[in-house]
Write a protein that binds this ligand. Structure first.
Ligand code: ADP
Ligand code: MG
Length: 642
């Protein structure tokens, strides 16, 4: 190691700095580009401070010099230089600020390491460890600084990241600090202007001072946007600017569906721009694999994807949040547990909620588009977050027996309820096609009572948790003991009916064939056009979760149900006759099996519909033969069964 020469004075770091440097030197970092963010953030702080000094102090070195940051690369020498015209440091300040740990993030970091906490790289990447993160990429760091105070000398601080640093007087006429990084051999990637530009765009794009980068030709250009859109007044930003900002932020090619711009000072200082994307899937190019909001404190990025600023069910929302109440050096742990964060979260969630409500009220067509992409998230919110129910329930939309292709809110449903109706009815199933055919709807159709169609897997999860809305109870129509409003049916009773004795024999036959796959077989009072249906026993509280569990749990078997038969259905009238006249006919059991399978299908509970194909062919063959086909029914059956 070369000994510092000339008039340089060698000093020892404090123990804590030695520890930190030792860790940095020996860790594998996935994210070491953040060293640039740290140095730019220091430069930006120094510029903010000198700006303030110039307001209050008359006597400042270089009062006319532009407040800016200059980056340059020397590929040959393998160095990067970050120069600012900020407040600068004198000898004592260099020793104090760069020889001890000022950065409280670094201190937290050290404590975590001491406590044996996980993944060093992750913590380093998350907060940065301030100035010393330069040593992730540097074999030597040189800081030459001239304070803003006219009486102070310029000094150079230098260190190779070992236990010592040197200080010597320097020649620097202008105000500010120049940090020169001699890159380690394995950090050569950073000796590249294009790469630096990418890093600045990613982490420091909204630093308010211009960041100049010198290209190969020595020509400088500003590479950051500078204006922090979210800190502008909402009235001064155009829709196109919001959209452009959104695209930069997310790499989404489409415009967002909606944006929100929040400016509040109480109870917490917040500047936020939030977006609702147009689509859930934004393609492989989508910038961030993780969801979460970008969290800034005074335009300096603290966290790229904060998941705690909004409830989980709003995780489709993208955007940035900036709070001046948040110290720059917060660690993830302190962010999470701070009461400040809870306040921010309440304010942000409330804002998204209001935006959605306005969208629903004022732009229903857009809201329908939103709903088709993100409705499931809101249903999830209703299911998992009781505290948010009141806010979310008015945002729910459903299709129903009466809504046609439109969607209805629960409030609209309630406004259409019949005078004698006091509950909200819904039918659960796997998709709209099957719920629309559900035998449970027979009675409701005949009596013109509206039923909501719930066909998302998450719907059952939601109804399992949500028992009341708009002051009305929610009721699944598959309930065996359902008490229905006493209204005369719209249709006449059909003439033919299975008499009670014959019905008992038929029910016995169903029981014998289906065995313990059903809890029981009984006559239905409600079925009109359907031959049969599966109903849940009244005490089966979990039944709404069956469809979800079937998707999520391998080998899940839905609890058994009761089979209700419609004694007025012509097919069952015929079947009862067959049971009486020719009980050995194989068609009887095939028909019973198929009726049971159909009922399972309509419930969205059939395990494997393909298994039915053979039997359906056999039944078809019998039907064709019965219509007077030329062939003998028996041989058809055998062929069909092969
Ligand atoms: P933090 O920025 O959190 O205080 P750092 O480790 O990043 O911690 O920096 C330590 C200190 O060094 C800063 O607080 C500041 O006083 C000083 N410093 C670092 N870089 C500069 C700079 N470019 N200009 C002036 N002072 C600086
Ligand atoms: Mg810093």
């Amino acid at each position: 190691m070369p000994e510092p020469s000339g008039g340089a004075e060698t000093l020892e770091y404090r123990t804590e700095v030695k520890q930190l440097l030792d860790i940095l030197a020996h860790s594998l970092y996935t994210d070491r580009e953040i060293f640039l963010r740290e140095l730019i953030s220091n430069a930006s702080d120094a510029l903010n401070r000198v700006q303030f000094e110039m307001l209050t102090t008359q006597d400042v070195v270089d009062p006319e010099r532009e407040l800016a940051i200059h980056l340059s690369v020397d590929a040959e020498a393998q160095t990067i230089t970050i120069a600012d015209s900020g407040i600068g440091m004198n000898r004592e300040e260099l020793a104090e600020n760069l020889g001890t740990i000022a950065h409280s993030g670094a201190r937290t970091f050290l404590q975590n390491v001491g406590a044996g906490e996980n993944a060093l790289e992750e913590i380093i990447g998350q907060f940065g460890v301030g100035f010393y993160s330069a040593f992730m990429a540097a074999s030597e760091v040189t800081v030459t600084s001239r304070s803003y105070r006219p009486g102070d000398q310029a000094w150079t601080w230098r260190s190779q990241g070992d236990s010592r640093y040197t200080l010597e007087p320097a020649d620097k006429a202008d105000r500010g600090t120049t940090v020169t990084i001699k890159l380690k051999e394995d950090a050569a990637e950073f000796a590249n202007a294009w790469r630096l530009e990418q890093i600045v765009k990613k982490h420091s794009d909204y630093v308010s001072f211009p960041i100049y980068l010198a290209g190969e030709d020595g020509e400088e250009k500003v590479i950051n946007r500078r204006t922090a859109l979210w800190r502008q007044s909402p009235g001064s930003v155009s829709d196109e600017e919001y959209a452009e900002f959104y695209r930069q932020l997310t790499y989404d090619t489409a415009d967002p569906l909606a944006h929100m711009h929040m400016v509040t000072d109480a109870p917490v200082n917040l500047r936020a721009v939030l977006f609702i994307p147009a689509k859930r899937e934004r393609g492989a190019l989508h910038l961030r694999p993780e969801h979460g909001l970008r969290l800034y404190s005074r335009k300096i990025l603290i966290q790229e994807a904060n998941k705690d600023l909004l409830p989980d069910y709003y995780r489709f929302v993208d955007g940035v949040v900036d709070s001046e109440d948040l110290p720059l050096n917060v660690s993830r742990e302190t962010v999470q547990s701070s009461p400040l964060l809870r306040q921010m979260r309440r304010a942000l969630a409330g804002r998204v909620n209001r935006e959605l409500k306005t969208l629903a009220d004022e732009k229903p067509e857009l809201y329908v588009q939103f709903w088709s992409e993100f409705g499931v998230f809101l249903k999830e919110g209703v299911a998992v977050d009781p505290g948010s129910r009141e806010a979310l329930v008015p945002l729910l939309r459903f299709r129903s027996t009466h809504s046609g292709d439109e969607l209805t809110s629960l409030a609209d449903y309630v406004s259409r309820m019949r005078p004698d109706q006091d509950v909200i009815y819904y039918v659960l199933g796997e998709d709209y096609a099957s719920v629309a055919r559900s035998p449970h709807l027979d009675y409701f159709r005949a009596h013109d009572i509206e039923v909501l169609y719930l066909a998302d897997p998450v719907d059952g999860y939601m109804t399992a948790m949500l028992h009341e809305a708009e002051g009305k109870r929610l009721q699944n129509v598959d309930d065996a003991g359902l008490k229905l409003p006493e209204t005369p049916p719209a249709e006449e009773e059909s003439a033919a009916q299975v008499e009670s004795e014959a019905f008992d024999a038929l029910a016995e036959r169903f029981k014998a064939t289906l065995g313990d796959r059903v809890l029981g077989v009984q006559a239905s009072k409600q079925l009109v056009t359907s031959p049969c249906r599966l109903v849940s026993p009244e005490d089966d509280f979990d039944r709404d979760l069956e469809r979800l569990r079937r998707l999520m749990e391998e080998g899940y078997e839905a609890p058994k149900k009761l089979l209700e038969l419609n004694p007025r259905h012509p097919m069952l009238v015929d079947l009862a006759q067959m049971v009486e006249a020719s009980p050995d006919d194989p068609l009887i059991d095939a028909a019973i099996e198929q009726l049971f399978d159909n009922a399972l299908l309509l419930e969205g509970l059939h395990a494997n519909p393909v298994d039915m194909v053979e039997r359906i062919q056999m039944l078809m063959a019998a039907a064709v033969a019965a219509k007077g086909g030329a062939h003998d029914a028996g041989s058809q059956e055998e062929e069909g069964a092969v």
